[in-house]
Ligand binder design. Structure first.
Ligand SMILES: Nc1nc2c(c(=O)[nH]1)N[C@H]1C(S)=C(S)[C@@H](COP(=O)(O)OP(=O)(O)OC[C@H]3O[C@@H](n4cnc5c(N)ncnc54)[C@H](O)[C@@H]3O)O[C@H]1N2
Ligand code: MOO
Length: 381
């Protein structure tokens, strides 16, 4: 039974649980979602630290220079009134110092230092100024970006606890499909296989298998137990060679979504196999397949990979919607608004290829803020 688009997306999110947590070395965590928050092992900075190359000074000048410290040196002895210590950026600042005077604001005559003084504490990064030991720096569910890796390393981590990435196997079906060269009457180039890997960021793609319209081969492919998610492309409709629904019945699958009230992407489906693996059926029309990726596949992978659902991105938009179904319309963003790209027939990816996002347009005439689904890789909303 055809399901409203919003409910279908939520059903995909709720169909599974996050995969198990694994502890991995920092570089291997990139792109995974944190299974626990990243906490600081120590204060940052761990001691009062100079933010400038210059002199740490105590009291009023002129000062007598009594020492010199570089980044990496031990904390120098405390300063007394009218004493100074030459400090490098990143060097520990001695106790008793009131501020650091940058080198360009100083004059040194032998060991006698004069210079312009600023306010108390100037150019000193105080111990714990950035964060304190035990602070949560990044919450669980955050996708590990390059900046998260750098932050985690800076906060003293060598490993991170992340959710295992979902393993995805893709099966592309169709007697008519070509994998190279130009299409010709009766033969069509596979446009979905090449599109999918870039839409599965945060997952491990095990491989893409091309099959003829053969129910036994399809059933075999869907029993690949190395995968958490099986993506079947084509064969979702009701034609004589559209075997997916029949094969799912044979495999005792529970069909969770059988058709979605959205254009394109009407016949997309979601099913759970008896062993817990999940099948997503993408319609053969390539733009309809993309619509099913953003509606069912990416939300499903988002939950499996443990990602926090991000707040919707919206833009002002006006369109004549479908009478009963949600429309997914390729758009480009302009300031706070969005404009349709056109060229969005279900069999064509032309509009989507020129677009920044798909606008989610509810049924009926629409004018106002619409949700945008980014078309860059990894939209796991
Ligand atoms: N009687 C009905 N017929 C159809 C309905 C319906 O409700 N009743 N729905 C239509 C809609 S909407 C769609 S979408 C398609 C979905 O069809 P399938 O998922 O079964 O896919 P196919 O029949 O195999 O192919 C449809 C179309 O797409 C081309 N195709 C297939 N795979 C690819 C690929 N990998 N790359 C590029 N193009 C592909 C294929 O050649 C067909 O032209 O069903 C409608 N029919
Ligand atoms: O809705 Mo189909 O999915 O038009 O192409």
């Amino acid at each position: 039974m055809t399901m409203p688009w919003t409910l279908a997306r939520q059903t995909a999110r709720d169909a599974v649980k996050p995969l198990e947590a694994v502890e991995v070395p920092l570089p291997d965590a990139l792109g995974s979602a944190l299974a626990s928050g990243v906490n600081a092992h120590t204060h940052q900075p761990t001691c009062d630290t100079s933010a400038m190359d210059g002199y740490a000074v105590a009291g009023l000048g002129p000062w007598t220079v009594v020492g010199r410290v570089s980044a990496g040196d031990r904390v120098p002895p405390p300063l007394r009134f009218s004493e100074a210590c030459a400090v490098a950026t990143g060097a520990p600042v001695p106790a008793g110092a009131d501020l650091v005077v940058p080198i360009e604001h100083c004059h040194l005559d032998g060991e006698l230092l004069t210079g312009y003084t600023g306010e108390l504490g100037k150019h000193v990064r105080r111990r714990g100024e950035d964060w304190s030991a035990g602070d949560e720096l990044v919450p669980a569910g955050t996708v590990v970006s390059p900046a998260v890796l750098g932050l985690a390393a800076g906060a003293g981590h060598d490993t991170l606890l992340v959710h295992r990435k979902p393993r995805v196997a893709v099966v592309v079906t169709g007697d008519e499909l070509l994998r190279s060269g130009p299409p010709r009457p009766g033969r069509v180039r596979d446009a979905i296989g090449p599109m999918l890997p870039g839409l599965l960021t945060g997952s491990d793609l095990l491989g893409t298998t091309h099959l003829r319209d053969d129910p036994e081969a399809l059933a075999d492919a869907l029993t690949c137990d190395a995968a958490d998610v099986l993506v079947a492309c084509g064969a979702t409709s009701v034609g004589a060679k559209d075997h997916l629904r029949r094969v799912l019945v044979e495999l005792d699958a529970e069909v969770l979504v059988s058709g979605v009230a959205c254009r394109p992407g009407h016949p997309q489906l979601l099913a759970a196999l008896p062993d817990g693996r999940v099948v997503v059926g993408l319609p053969g029309n390539p733009f309809a397949a993309l619509a099913a990726v953003v509606t069912l596949l990416q939300p499903l992978l988002g939950t499996l990979s443990g990602r926090t659902v991000q707040p919707a991105i919206t833009a002002r938009f006006a369109a004549v919607g479908h009478r009963t179904d949600t429309r997914l319309i390729p758009v480009t963003r302009h300031g706070t608004g969005a404009l349709p790209v056109g060229r969005d027939r279900p069999g064509s990816l032309w509009g989507a290829a020129l677009a920044d996002a798909l606008a989610v347009v509810p049924p009926g005439h629409f004018e106002g803020e619409v949700e945008l689904l980014a078309l860059t890789s990894g939209n796991a909303s």
